[in-house]
Design a protein around this ligand. Sequence first.
Ligand code: TMP
Length: 261
Amino acid sequence: MVCSHRKTLGKQHTISDEEDTVVEKLDMIYEGKAKKVFKTGDENVVIVDYKDDATAFNGEKKGTIVGKGVINNKMTNFLFQKLEKAGVPTHYIEELSDRETAVKKVKIIPLEVIVRNVAAGSFSKRLGIEEGFQLLCPTLEFSYKDDALGDPLINDYFAIAIGAATREDIDTITKYAFMVNDFLKEFFGECGIDLIDFKIEFGKTDDGTIILADEISPDTCRFWDKKTHEKLDKDRFRRDLGGVEDAYQEVAKRIGLVQES
Ligand code: TMP
């Protein structure tokens, strides 16, 4: 689908490609902690709708980050388009509104794929290594996506043994995860932001192709100001540091998504 222009018609979104495709927002399929997913008239397309709801510690802590849904939607779409150009296939089709995006329908591979450049968070806790320690090389880890179990840390052998992914899937995911890291590290670096770590998710289309799905945003990355090391991400919410909305806005500004005020 080549999308050159779109307009919003209430709950219908017209994507003016060669066929003037209408993306109709139908029943909700799923409501997650930060997004809702809706069916469309096309079985291969769904609409994601980003909320301002924020949770931490497996949903134990709940709150709202005003305007987060808009920022996360726009930031994810902006980065996914750049990543496509860098050779990482993604689920992105077209942004429909401030909070809504048409994406390719996938079956999510139940792994949280985490890449780290600098020690922080659970890595620091588990290994007793101070937050801020520059890792000698980037790391890759997998958590099994299961809220009831608290998304436990697993390795590739576990993932294959329980049928969450095949060896081939793991190899593809590993290759893409480091490509995403190379791109994001350089991109955010040029905006005065150190990419400490991030979590991504992949999905499989009906034909078995693995593509990047979910989101890349201050909810799912650790961003530190290059000079001051100030936290510009969801850790401000997780750790009650205040200035949560301002941090999200600051990242959006730095990458050129919103005008400097
Ligand atoms: P961690 O240090 O708590 O394991 O987090 C690693 C990265 O993953 C960090 O950038 C935050 C992100 N993350 C999520 O996106 N979702 C989650 O549920 C968790 C725990 C972390």
